[in-house]
Design a protein around this ligand. Structure first.
Ligand code: IDP
Ligand code: MG
Length: 151
């Protein structure tokens, strides 16, 4: 099963959207295998967003993501990376489709509520940045045969 890293950003937490994000992930059939609330240190923020360090919005992005608590998660499921990116919607909430988290709740690219890994490689990198292996919980769900045809 594939894993992806998901994070409700500080604006999502402040606006009471933790439950909304978790609800959408759960009802899709995806499995949450790790979850914690935390405040991100500057160093972790810079590392997490290292690919953007030359961008003009980088320092604003680091300030934003360290401005309050976030809820970090590891989400597991078949094609989890792609499926969660679809649930999350386009980077700019003004352009994200209705029915996606960003499309339903946001207006500004600098306040886009939620993060989700964009590839299997970045998922692995981000999961390792935010979680130790002992924080990831392996468990069976008896309902999985009703979510996947071949389980
Ligand atoms: P993603 O979160 O959809 O993967 P990225 O392009 O990887 O989007 O950008 C990372 C984050 O940087 C975005 O989620 C958003 O918070 C922020 N960001 C991206 N582009 C802009 C911009 O043009 N202005 C301000 N912030 C931006
Ligand atoms: Mg990205």
């Amino acid at each position: 099963m594939e894993r992806t890293f998901v994070m409700v950003k500080p604006d999502g937490v402040q606006r009471g959207l933790i439950g909304e994000a978790v609800r959408r992930i759960e009802r899709k059939g995806l499995k949450i295998v790790a979850m914690k609330m935390m405040k991100i240190e500057k160093e972790l923020a810079e590392n997490h967003y290292a690919e953007h360090k030359e961008k003009p919005f980088f320092s604003a992005l680091v300030s934003y993501i360290t401005s309050g608590p976030v809820v970090a998660m590891v989400v597991e499921g078949r094609n989890a990376v792609k499926v969660v990116r679809t649930l999350v919607g386009a980077t700019n909430p003004a352009e994200a489709n209705p029915g996606t988290i960003r499309g339903d709740f946001g207006l500004d690219v600098g306040r886009n509520i939620i993060h989700a890994s964009d590839s299997i490689e970045s998922a692995e990198r981000e999961i390792n940045l935010f979680f130790t292996s002992s924080e990831i919980v392996e468990y069976d769900r008896s309902i999985d045969g009703w979510i996947y045809e071949d389980i």
